[in-house]
Design a protein around this ligand. Sequence first.
Ligand code: NAD
Ligand code: UFG
Length: 339
Amino acid sequence: MRVLITGGAGYIGTHTMLEVLGAGHEVCVIDNFCNSVPEALERVKALSNRSFAFHKADMRDREALTHHLQDFKPDAVIHFAGLKAVGESVEMPLEYYENNVQGTINLLQAMKAADCTSIVFSSSATVYGNPDFLPITEDHPLRSTNPYGRSKLHIEEMLRDLATANPDFTAAILRYFNPVGAHESGRTGEDPNGIPNNLMPMIAQVAVGRREQVRVFGNDYDTPDGTGVRDYIHVVDLAKAHVAALDWTQSHQGARAFNLGVGQGVSVMEMIDAFAKASGRDIPFRNDPRREGDIAQCYADPSRAEAELGWKAAIDLTGMCETCWRWQSENPLGYNAKP
Ligand code: NAD
Ligand code: UFG
């Protein structure tokens, strides 16, 4: 299959490229490197031993997208490109709507011009807001509490509208829970700019000595140990789900959402303990107040993805911590530390 991947140089994109190339598909990547570096794609090339097309282009540039899609003629698109920091989205909502929503409109118009009717879209568990029940099924009410989440909801709704308007259109809407971990080679992983917002890269940077301590945001939640509970999923498991979703788009019509999670809740303190064991390092931490906008617990019912995509997460918490530690300890400054 010919697969166009937007945002392929990013964290989930690089790991998905490795799986998609490994499955034998032809790949063309579009990225503007606003949150990634060319070195990430070099490593994908070296690890996969495959070549792929690449165009530096911005999702806000409809003409460029139309040109590249008409040229490559994809059978399907995997759409990662977008901005993803919740706090930043509150500060700069227009940038989020422009990159995420307008960027996706541009992509969907370019797909129409290139006669491509299949898309796999990166949505997020954030579309469930503060959950009414656990584990969260795909039928849980949708809501969002910040511009980032609303941009995901708007895009999901556009995809459902398109599927209603065009019976040939197919969208696999993948709602990721908390992606963590790295490729087993230690050559690709998460490389956030500045101070990490997310727990796992923060723990990894403390373990490697780049930061002093982890701030635990809240130890008075109604959870077994008082700290926040999330459904962490290994990025390689997540990447494999995209290959399954690509196959699904070729034999189905309509827009369908799938939860991608393990289905188990892990607390902040459990994650710190697991990472300390996997790395053999002390992870200093201090208890801080709750972070604004955080919820107590969030974990998936991933049974639809297993029944309909034939996909199930396989890597446990130890594997998530070990691979993240390999990446972090061998690339303490991320991709900037050239081998
Ligand atoms: P990332 O920032 O590492 O990757 C996104 C990539 O898209 C980057 O390479 C960036 O340069 C590129 N990009 C962004 N805006 C662009 C634009 N306007 N034009 C061209 N390229 C652009 O993020 P990620 O963690 O790999 O996430 C990928 C997708 O998954 C995003 O849509 C994100 O919202 C979604 N998601 C991520 C998480 C998570 O925790 N990582 C959770 C749920 C959903
Ligand atoms: N946490 C800390 N200290 C930190 C960072 C996080 O204690 O330095 C805690 C949080 O309070 C939370 C848990 O660790 O309890 C996980 O926090 P993350 O920031 O890693 O992840 P979130 O669940 O808050 O958010 C992630 C993505 C969002 C997405 C959401 C739902 O970052 O973009 O999952 O999919 F919307």
